[in-house]
Write a protein that binds this ligand. Structure first.
Ligand code: PRP
Length: 216
């Protein structure tokens, strides 16, 4: 009997679209559709594949340590967590951008010289962008959500955050000042699993690729 291939999914929007994709790819998981279940792990016995949901930032951790063979997670999280794993496929959904945002008046302080404060949920990405790409020394302030508040209440001059539709920025009088990176959902694979279960894992990835949303 084959061992289970374990798939970690980041809770939330991406997980729902990922499960739809697995279903289209012939790997449904009925157990997971029960909204009232308190189960944490869901199994497709037929294919010997099991799924679990975790907090997005924990997905690369599970995959690096081999507790999950495969992970589905946003590129923002991959960049921020910086784990040892293979990124093998861009799934094309969950598209958005990591941007430097703030009031229009903050554009002048992104000059490479001003010592400004940058609020973000993504300190590694923000630091890499300002230090290594812009060569601007900044103070990074880590927040855990509602990042748009920071420049409004005077905690920071700018923020580094995800922009999807842009409506949160617009409703709060902020704009995109610079783009840091394009983002979308990615498939990541444990490095040892990729060798030991090469055939099964590449078959799953190929299957997902064939069934990805059209146009992506
Ligand atoms: C994300 C992000 C922005 C918003 C962008 O926040 O941090 O606030 O979505 O989306 P938009 O461009 O379509 O308005 P999320 O809703 O994940 O919550 P958070 O503020 O707690 O991080």
């Amino acid at each position: 009997m084959d061992r289970y291939i374990t798939v970690a999914l980041g809770k939330g929007r991406l997980a729902k679209q990922a499960m739809e994709l697995f279903e289209r790819s012939g790997i449904p998981c009925e157990e997971m559709k029960d909204k009232n279940t308190r189960k944490l792990i869901f199994t497709n016995e037929d294919k010997r594949i099991r799924f679990f949901l975790s907090k997005g930032p924990d997905v690369p951790t599970y995959v690096e340590y081999g507790a999950a063979d495969i992970g589905i997670v946003g590129r923002d999280t991959i960049l921020e967590e910086n784990r040892n794993l293979y990124e093998v496929l861009d799934l094309g959904f969950g598209k958005c951008r990591m941007c430097v945002c703030g009031p229009e008046s903050a554009r002048s302080v992104l000059d490479g010289h001003s010592l400004i404060r940058v609020a973000t949920k993504y300190p590694r990405i923000a630091k890499d962008y300002f230090y290594n790409k812009k060569h601007q020394t900044v103070e990074i302030i880590k927040l855990n959500g509602s990042i748009e508040l920071a420049p409004i209440v005077g905690l920071s001059e700018v923020i580094v955050d995800i922009v999807e539709t842009g409506s949160t920025l617009k409703e709060n009088g902020l704009v995109v000042l610079e783009e840091v990176a394009p983002l979308s959902a990615r498939v990541v694979v444990n490095q040892v699993s990729m060798r030991m279960e090469h055939e099964r894992i590449t078959a799953i990835i190929e299957n997902l690729k064939q069934n990805m949303p059209a146009g992506d």
